[in-house]
Design a protein. Structure first.
Lengths: 137, 150
């Protein structure tokens, strides 16, 4: 089995806020991330798929195809958007790095032909990233 | 029945600067020199160590977090930076009888963050330089996830 990783980048705005809490409680738990005006990051996405190389093409997955899937399923929805206001999965969940990794997994799972999604890694900044290996992991 | 929360691995990178000298009293000067090379130079030398911690846990459905980074950063400041940053590792109690290689430092950092109460420590990676890095997964054997995460 081969693991193959494709990187992509997107830039997006977000803030952390739980409407069930008071402003003070949001500030206490989320710190400056609770600023309602939002802030942004250059996110780096790493998608790792697992599979066997095709005996004819030698590919686990056609990288162009994978790039197109990342574009249509993730980047076209997330890039240069405000995650809280424009991406449906974050209408009711906080767009933390953890939740972004899980949401991207759910967007990609089952969409990649001939290969199995193995890991979704999302870097919010180089010093912080989250890995998700699927619901059963 | 409530659906199980997704289990996410969160990694955080920190950097501290410290000096050390690789030297073992039980070895002769020649043996120390042969074993440790320039790392045995008598006055020591230093590195900017990058500590990459991986912790895991269920994502809290309310906060969206495995652990609040403010808690992790405060724990790191108190338990790691206060002891190791701008210190001479050889002078520390944990290295009194143990050579402060990055392998041994990784195990010491593991002992610290294994006590972190809000998430499970999965891996300690230390980059001593951009060319040398060390991974420690704890005393138990490597998990499949840990290996595939390399």
């Amino acid at each position: 089995m081969i693991l193959l990783t494709r990187k992509a980048e997107f830039s997006a705005a977000h803030f952390y806020f739980n409407p069930a809490w008071s402003e003070e409680e949001n500030d206490r738990i989320f710190g400056k991330c609770a600023n309602r005006q939002g802030h942004g990051h250059n996110y780096t996405l790493e998608v790792t798929v697992a599979g066997e190389p095709d005996p004819v093409s030698g590919f686990v997955v056609d990288l162009k195809r994978l790039k197109d899937i990342l574009e249509s399923e993730v980047l076209s929805v997330y890039d240069h958007r405000h995650l809280n206001f424009e991406v449906p999965e974050f209408a009711t969940t906080v767009p933390t790095t953890e939740n972004i990794a899980v949401a991207i997994w759910r967007r990609l799972d089952g969409k990649i032909p001939n290969a199995k999604l193995h890991r979704v890694r999302v870097y919010e900044v180089p010093e912080l990233f989250a890995d998700f290996y699927g619901e059963g992991a | 029945m409530r659906k199980r929360e997704p289990h996410v691995f969160l990694s955080r990178r920190y950097q501290f600067s410290a000096s050390h000298r690789l030297h073992v009293d039980a070895l002769s000067p020649d043996e120390n020199r042969a074993t440790f090379g320039k790392c045995n130079n008598p006055y020591g030398h230093g590195h900017d160590y990058t500590i990459q911690l991986t912790l895991s846990g269920p994502v809290d459905p309310v906060t969206g977090m495995v652990t609040n980074l403010a808690d992790l950063d405060a724990f790191a400041a108190r338990e790691m930076f206060a002891r190791f940053d701008h210190a001479n590792l050889n002078m520390l109690e944990c290295f009194r009888d143990l050579v402060p290689t990055t392998e041994n430092l990784a195990a010491e950092i593991w002992r610290i963050f294994a006590e972190y109460p809000h998430a499970t420590l999965e891996r300690v990676r230390i980059e001593e330089t951009s060319k040398n890095s060390f991974d420690y997964f704890g005393a138990s054997s490597l998990s499949k996830t840990a290996v595939s995460n390399l």
